[in-house]
Design a protein around this ligand. Sequence first.
Ligand code: DX5
Length: 220
Amino acid sequence: MVLIEASILAADFARLGDQAQEAEAAGVDGIQIDVMDGRFVPNITFGPGIVRALRPLVSVTLDVDLMIVEPERHLAPFADAGADRLTVHREALTHPHRVLQSIRELGVQAGIALGPGTSLSAVEELLSIVDLVQVMTVDPGWGGQAFLHSQLDKIRRLRKLLDERGLGIPIAVDGGINLTTAPLVVSGGATVLVSGSSIYNDTAPVTRNLAALRGSVNRQ
Ligand code: DX5
């Protein structure tokens, strides 16, 4: 079962609530909210207020992707605001074990993301305490970037590692996911596709874009 999450970074910021509901009505399995602080990544985006505003509008998974330094200082406000999952980036963590446990103690799912330059070995010791591993298939910070094919091998190795350990944890991929790259990552073992510009764009409405994306992986 491949799940698809819409990244609202590509949505019309003037109509975020409508765009989130449009994606839910179209059948997405989740909404990803990319939180950026201008330090961990150059861009600046959303705070807990956006999560709190969207929570009553949709019932799908609200996946908060914390691309921020010292995420441990901001976990509770995002959990209180209604996040179902908090994903932190391995490169931002000095004490990853403690931070991931803190997320779970808040009663929400814990995700760990690793950037294109980060080796799998950096998360190997953490796999038993996370609910999801997110492989960044672009350098985090912007939507609409080209997919990094260099990450396909990492996805395959991660899937093998999880299977060897009997860990049925979903592998999410984030960045440059479209009709061409979605089948590649799914055949590599990814089970959660995060997509922004392939879902929210001027080419076609959300419903048709999502159907095409889902079709591209269901044909496999
Ligand atoms: C990038 C973000 C992604 C991005 C995906 O740093 O984490 O979620 O919004 O957008 P696309 O699908 O356009 O690459």
